[in-house]
Design a protein around this ligand. Structure first.
Ligand SMILES: *[C@@H]1O[C@H](CO)[C@@H](O)[C@H](O)[C@H]1NC(C)=O
Ligand SMILES: *[C@@H]1O[C@H](CO)[C@@H](O)[C@H](O)[C@H]1NC(C)=O
Ligand SMILES: *[C@@H]1O[C@H](CO)[C@@H](O)[C@H](O)[C@H]1NC(C)=O
Length: 310
């Protein structure tokens, strides 16, 4: 499979992990905490992420909504697919049977990341970052989601679910085995930089791929190193709007962004580093949300409802 616009190898790459499942694949919250402020604890972030998953399951905002920052100093924002929107009319208002979820926590940014999959009543793969007030960690200032469903790039929620369930995302118990925040930041940025902008040429050197290293991009399952550009794609546009959730305990980093190197494309990339090497990459990517450049024939086929699987 080629990058339609760049004649590259396979698709996007990335992945982050978080797990907390209502039904089957559950991952436990990490036991210890790194440099968290007391006010913004890992436990509290993951508890809120659970409330978010519950809200998506029931289609009711109740418990979650009570945490939204409001009033004179309040500034709660909902963003869906990189655009400010009304949370009342969002996908969260639709009850979905959540089959799988995994959540990670960033106690420095006071934010969490949740990846979830539903197959019924409609298939969805959703990447959501929840940001809390740094001054008021008990409140939620933003819910920020990339929402993929039928028509999204390489979309097949059943296949994605199978791959996610076969992975092991456990907190890294030994603090000395955890990748540092800096390493995680460099890896996730290196990944996005591969596709364009001034840092493209050196990006690959910031990516310590392990062996094995698996990347799940939409419904595609690929060896991480397959199809990676060797020295950057040379495009002039850098992937933009990067929002991070970095979790040293999980060894993971997620970034929500616009895949500007290709087009106006909402995207989530997550990766996990084990023993200093990238072990997993997850990507959740839409087709372009405007009439501009897109993932070429691949996305066009998906938009027309054709299978894009190999
Ligand atoms: C309110 O939220 C928006 C979107 O996150 C942000 O751009 C803006 O700066 C915020 N305003 C205040 C006063 O915090
Ligand atoms: C989606 O993936 C599942 C599991 O791999 C497969 O059985 C199914 O045929 C796929 N659906 C489409 C439309 O490709
Ligand atoms: C992935 O590709 C690399 C480079 O070709 C190879 O060394 C490695 O064995 C492959 N891993 C798997 C699991 O296939």
């Amino acid at each position: 499979m080629l990058y339609p616009d760049f004649k590259l190898g396979s698709g996007l790459v990335l992945g982050v992990l978080t797990i907390s499942t209502l039904t089957s694949s559950v991952v436990t919250a990490a036991p210890t905490e790194p440099l968290a402020s007391k006010a913004c604890s890992r436990e509290a972030l993951l508890a809120t992420a659970e409330k978010y998953v519950a809200a998506q399951n029931t289609g009711k905002l109740d418990d979650l909504q009570s945490l939204f920052s409001t009033g004179a100093s309040g500034n709660f924002t909902y963003r869906e697919n990189n655009q400010i929107a009304s949370i009342q009319k969002s996908v969260i208002s639709k009850a979905l049977n959540v089959e799988y979820s995994k959540s990670t926590a960033d106690t420095v940014a006071c934010a969490s990341y949740t990846e979830l999959i539903a197959l019924t009543p409609e298939p969805y793969v959703i990447a959501t970052q929840i940001r809390h007030g740094l001054d008021a960690p008990e409140t939620i200032t933003m819910v920020d989601s990339i929402v993929a469903t039928t028509g999204a790039l390489f979309f097949n929620a059943t296949a994605t679910l199978g791959y996610f369930r076969s992975e092991s995302w456990k907190p890294i118990e030994n603090p000395s085995s955890r990748p540092s925040r800096e390493v995680l930041q460099q890896a996730i940025d290196g990944y996005l930089d591969l596709f364009g902008g001034p840092n493209g040429a050196t990006a690959l050197s910031r990516l310590p791929f392990g062996s094995p290293c698996e990347r799940v991009e939409g419904s595609r399952y690929i060896n991480c190193t397959d199809g990676m550009p060797a020295g950057g794609l040379g495009g002039s546009k850098e992937n933009s709007m990067r929002r991070y959730v970095i979790d040293e305990v999980m060894g993971s980093a997620d970034v929500l962004c616009s895949f500007t190197a290709v087009g106006n494309i909402p995207d989530s990339h997550e990766l996990r580093i084990e023993n200093g090497k990238i072990r997993y990459v997850h990507t959740i990517t839409l087709c372009a949300i405007d009439d501009g450049p897109d993932w070429g024939p691949t996305c066009k086929a998906a938009k027309e409802g054709k299978s894009t699987r190999r």
